[in-house]
Ligand binder design. Sequence first.
Ligand code: CA
Length: 231
Amino acid sequence: MPRMAQVLLVEDDGAIRTALTRALRDQGHTVSAVGSGMPALSAAVEQKPDVVLLDLGLPDVDGADVLSMLRAVSDVPVIVATARDDETEMVRLLDLGADDYVIKPYTAAQVTARIRAVLRRMGRTDEDPVIIVGNLRIDTRSYEVTIDGRPVELARKEFELLLALARRAGEVVTKRDLLAEVWQLAWGGSDRTVDVHLSWLRRKLGESAREPRYLHSVRGVGVRLAAPEDS
Ligand code: CA
């Protein structure tokens, strides 16, 4: 199961706010959205969200000031959204207490991946530490993977790829989402990266693209992990 969170979205652009609210709700998150800084502060205090996504360009108060004020009253994880892609700015925001950031324009997939990562770091998760799909067992604490009771040795990225797919077992996950989530490649990044790791993963799980058991490529869309019918 994906991690669910109460998300406070602070964004003055109505179109982005609506689209992102929908995308986050589709992922099972609870969302409350505000369009300016002062309501954001009161919402953060009153609603006690699990995570705040804070646009820095707000009409009433500078987002960085909102962040400072928020930090004075709450230790809620904050992901800032900024249009400025420069290192000095990022360092300043992290120093002000941001937990992570996304560069605008961002995709919903990037934001949801960042939210998952922040919640994971905060340990705010009720995810079962062991994920089981058919005869595939993934222990997210010990990083141990077994298939049909036999241990599988995976490299770091192979493990993360498998985990990203297993967390959404039965769903087709796009390569774009996988690049964002596993490789933290917001954009750029090549589908080929996913393909290569997928082929290594298949080999280690004892299957192939021609004869898939768990890992199913959906042409032009992405990859779906599902239990084989015989498991
Ligand atoms: Ca804005």
